[in-house]
Design a binder for this molecule. Structure first.
Ligand SMILES: NC(=O)c1ccc[n+]([C@@H]2O[C@H](COP(=O)([O-])OP(=O)(O)OC[C@H]3O[C@@H](n4cnc5c(N)ncnc54)[C@H](OP(=O)(O)O)[C@@H]3O)[C@@H](O)[C@H]2O)c1
Length: 492
């Protein structure tokens, strides 16, 4: 490619790969500390009650990965839970699809395994109904029926909540309007499996103002991106390995297309900003267009690429959100989050940066969150507004400003830079830097533009027009640069 003199701003970026190890994890211990004090006081007051513990009976829809984990934990921690809650927890019924399927956990003595929903729904001796069967149709039926019968419900079903949050909320309000004691709905495991982000957003930021939530909220894609970056694996190799290890959903499109992350982000947005956004409106770009080339350029800049879900308060009353691969610097708290691990960073006025990192899926991490909900209910803890209060005047804006990384594949020729510059100028896209590896194939080359802070809408227009030139080979790829201070964060 021949670079001609231009009137627009181009700075060639001379980049040094940072050599310092990654630091900057701000893993919060506040949660554990508060849980510890809650446990201590509860244990102290309930030791006598434990001697004559009343029963807390549990019915579970689903005896698979998560359901089996819940049963195992309840059985192995019975005495402790009795001391903590003053009640003896019993799994009385488990509903599954196939009675003949072997179970990889021991069905407790006295527990009935059934395929009939009514065996659970019509059993008035059950205090808590746990829904861990997945899906949105039957799961919605059993959750609604259980709530209507005045049963407290625990679920791990993110898809159900993302699809029916307003309905669930209205149902709870209607049911609880005529009751002295509220029916409770808990869903800690639904977002980021084992990470206690739901409870944290319900209880740890009540006097705070959240300016941004950003996170690695899909373990499968993070596993794949780590393998592509660290081991140089291709997209297909990485997906194959993720599927073999059980990290991918049954339909991996939900993972690699960013849709799973978007459902989780929608739930986090309601909790953080009181806003219920139609999922379809949240800009969503998965990892399917990423290539080894993008990792090479990201490395050249000293960072890496992560699939991130971001929700950000713009001006007062406006919130933007997106799911997208993003360039992260090596100093970023999300940079070193590797494999199937999840992480959520909450930036807020009082607490500043709080990052929770942990297992986002898997039998025991997910069951652990369900157990926390079950034990909280058995203790009588209350969460009157499970989705936090709705905000009145907050508007969702499907546009945001950022520095962008734009990768263009091209067939070499004269005037390409000029044409790019002209299109940039037309849409107000100011270029911060141009990165280019030495050209080895003139008809299949690539370069990367790093823009200044510009609106997403302008980048989309720029890319659409560039794709019309005959030298442009295939679709362009763009992604935001995660932080505004990315340049300083890059310096080792
Ligand atoms: N696994 C994770 O790491 C994870 C993490 C976070 C959240 N979650 C959520 O937790 C839920 C459960 O996931 P999972 O991994 O435990 O699923 P799973 O291993 O596939 O287990 C599902 C269980 O539900 C039963 N089931 C499914 N459909 C049913 C139906 N229509 N009627 C009666 N029983 C039915 C199945 O019965 P059979 O065994 O007889 O087929 C099975 O026991 C899902 O909502 C999922 O999104 C899972």
């Amino acid at each position: 490619m021949k670079f001609s003199a231009t009137t627009y701003k181009i700075a060639l970026l001379l980049l040094a790969v940072p050599s310092s190890p990654v630091t900057g994890f701000v893993t919060t211990l506040r949660r554990q500390a508060s849980q510890f004090s809650a446990i201590s006081s509860s244990a102290a007051t309930s030791s006598s009650a434990a001697l004559s513990a009343e029963a807390c009976n549990i019915g579970i829809f689903g005896g698979g990965t998560v359901g089996g984990g819940i049963v195992e934990i309840i059985e192995s921690k019975r005495e402790k839970f009795e001391q903590m809650t003053g009640k003896s927890l019993h799994v009385k019924k488990i509903c599954v699809r196939d009675l003949n399927k072997p179970r990889d956990f021991t069905v407790p003595e006295g527990c009935t395994v059934t395929t009939d929903y009514d065996d659970i729904l019509n059993d008035d001796s059950l205090d808590i109904i746990v829904e861990v069967m997945g899906g949105t149709t039957k799961a919605k039926d059993v959750v609604s029926a259980a709530l209507q019968k005045g049963r407290n419900v625990v679920t791990a079903n993110k898809a159900l909540i993302a699809a029916f949050m307003p309905e669930i909320e209205k149902l709870l309000t209607d049911i609880n309007a005529s009751r002295d004691e509220n029916v409770e709905f808990r869903y800690e495991a639904a977002v980021c499996g084992g990470i206690p982000i739901i409870r944290s957003l319900q209880s740890d930021f009540v006097g705070d103002e959240i300016s941004m939530i950003s996170g690695i909220i899909n373990g499968c894609t993070n596993f794949m991106l780590t393998a592509m970056d660290a081991e140089g694996k291709s997209y297909d190799e990485a997906l194959d390995e993720a599927s073999k290890l059980g990290y991918a959903e049954e339909d991996p499109t939900l993972d690699v297309g960013g849709f799973d992350a978007r459902s989780k982000l929608k739930i986090l947005m309601r909790l953080a900003y009181g806003i219920d956004v139609d999922e379809e409106e949240i800009s969503c770009r998965g990892i399917t267009e990423l290539s080894k080339l993008d990792f090479q350029y990201a490395k050249m800049m000293g960072g890496s690429i992560k699939l991130i879900g971001v929700a950000k308060a713009l001006s007062p009353g406006k919130v933007a959100a997106f799911v997208s691969p993003a360039y992260v610097t090596s100093g970023d708290s999300l940079y070193a989050v590797s494999g199937a691990t999840n992480a959520v960073e909450v930036i807020s006025k009082n607490l500043q940066a709080t990052t929770l990192i942990g297992q986002g899926a898997g039998r025991y991490p997910t069951a652990n969150s369900c157990i926390n909900d079950i034990v909280a209910l058995a203790k009588g803890d209350k969460t009157p507004l499970p989705f936090n209060p709705p905000a009145k005047d907050v508007q969702f804006v499907n546009n945001y400003e950022s520095n962008f990384f734009i990768r263009l594949k091209y067939r070499d020729g004269l005037g390409i830079t000029r044409q790019c510059g002209e299109v940039c100028e037309k849409y107000g896209v100011s270029i911060h830097s141009i990165l280019q590896n030495p050209i080895t194939k003139r008809d299949d080359a690539a370069f990367v533009l790093i823009t200044d802070k510009v609106p997403l809408s302008s980048v989309k227009k720029f890319c659409a027009e560039i794709e019309g030139f005959d030298w442009c080979r295939g679709p362009t790829f763009f992604m935001p640069v995660l932080r505004e201070d990315w340049e300083t964060a890059m310096v080792p």
